[in-house]
Design a protein around this ligand. Structure first.
Ligand SMILES: *Cc1c(COP(=O)(O)O)cnc(C)c1O
Length: 392
């Protein structure tokens, strides 16, 4: 099976992990802070807090911004469930912003209208989680203009987008947002096996997040709230978690980060090759902005209405091509259905979801594998076209 995505582990990654295993620190050692420094350098952000997943990263980012019960968080329904769940972890409500079906990212026009209506009802969101779908940055400038107007905070869910670039600046620089969250799960652009990182430019947010990833405990006497017990002292000042990244994971992430630009370049070459090879088929790749660099975590096409997505999906899988669907709109999940969302809550997301298909894309993919995917897709699409013609 040619998978839709696959991690690329090289000898230098293995040596880096083995080196950490031989060291004095398996967790909470120097590798985690090296990894944080490397991500700060890469993105240009002033602060970076490592954690054990992007899901934990989204949770502590929301808590650091003070999200709690009575608050509302908005996000894109075309994402993994974590983008919305982070609000529920904090006891806040969730609402969804419909997408621009040509990019899969949240639609700023619909967002503006939704904000105006929410303002009239006194129910503005406290936080918007902006998902850079498939690795393509959202319009962060437009979003931050709306932030200035309506006073919400912006968390970038950049689980797909490390290595991407918004108008010449790396995603994660946080010039137009409050915080940015990366994932290092194996299907993502680079991996630490499991792991996440939150970048920001606010020392206060950094301090809060650092405390939350480690039980709400501080060892800094300046932050103590009651009497110092002595040199062995630590104080738990808030309720935190064990969301720390280990040095074993950090050493893998750090080693992978060295090849990030190479990976993104390769993903872009493969994406362009798909664009050219598929241009005559009844399907549309996601529209790309000229001003940005896409990290291409995913290569997504939207099949024309006359094609049956289920039939194409099954036929591709039967031929050993591991296509995928990103994403089942979050509001369709039983948990969100129980919260009262209609199963077809967002019109444009529904239209996109009916036709979307992710084709295999990973850095070790060679031209031969890609040609196989292209040939089989061509055959399958032409067959199902014949089918739907005779069926009509
Ligand atoms: C993978 C993913 C997450 C969660 O990442 P983990 O590191 O597995 O917790 C969050 N948001 C999006 C958009 C993702 O794709």
């Amino acid at each position: 099976m040619i998978p839709y995505g696959r991690q690329d582990i090289q000898e230098e990654d293995i040596l880096a992990v083995v080196d950490t295993l031989h060291s004095d620190f398996l967790t909470q050692g120097p590798k985690t802070s090296h990894f944080e420094s490397a991500v700060k350098r890469y993105t240009g952000a002033q602060y970076a807090v490592a954690c054990n997943s992007a899901t934990s990263g989204l949770h502590i980012a929301c808590l650091a911004l003070g999200l709690g019960s009575g608050d509302i968080l908005w996000t894109s329904p075309n994402s993994f469930v974590s983008s919305a769940n982070c609000a529920r972890f904090c006891g806040a409500e969730v609402d969804f912003i419909d997408i621009d079906e040509s990019t899969g990212n949240l639609c700023l026009t619909r967002l503006s209208e939704q904000l105006e209506r929410a303002k009239a009802r006194g129910k503005l969101p406290k936080i918007i989680v902006a998902v850079h779908f498939a690795g393509q940055p959202c319009d962060l400038k437009g979003l931050s203009a709306l932030r200035d107007r309506y006073g919400f905070k912006i968390i970038e869910d950049a689980a797909h987008a490390i290595g991407a670039d918004f108008e010449g600046e790396p995603v994660g620089a946080c010039n137009y947002s409050d915080m940015c969250v990366f994932s290092f799960h194996p299907v993502k652009v680079i991996t630490a096996a499991e792991g996440g990182m939150v970048t920001c430019n606010s020392p206060e947010l950094e301090k809060r997040m650092r405390r939350l990833v480690s039980h709400g405990v501080t060892r800094d006497p300046d932050e103590y709230l009651c009497q110092d017990e002595g040199p062995w002292s630590y104080q738990q000042t808030v309720l935190g978690f064990n969301y720390r990244m280990s040095d074993v994971h950090a050493s893998l992430g750090l080693s992978q980060l060295r090849r990030l630009d190479q990976y993104v370049a390769k993903r872009n070459v493969l994406a362009e090759r798909y664009d050219n090879a598929l241009s005559l088929l009844p399907l549309t790749p996601l529209r790309q902005s000229e001003n940005n660099i896409n990290a291409f975590h995913l290569y997504v096409v939207v099949l024309d209405k006359k094609l049956d997505r289920l039939a194409v999906y099954n036929a591709m899988r039967a031929e050993g091509i591991g296509v995928q669907v990103h994403y089942i709109p979050i509001y369709k999940q039983p948990y969100y259905q129980r919260l009262g969302f209609s199963a077809t809550y967002c019109e444009h997301t529904e239209r996109y979801y009916k036709g979307c298909l992710s084709l295999p894309l990973y850095p070790a993919m060679d031209a031969k594998d890609q040609d196989k995917v292209i040939d089989i897709l061509e055959k399958v699409v032409n067959n199902s076209r014949l089918h739907s013609c005779t069926g009509e």
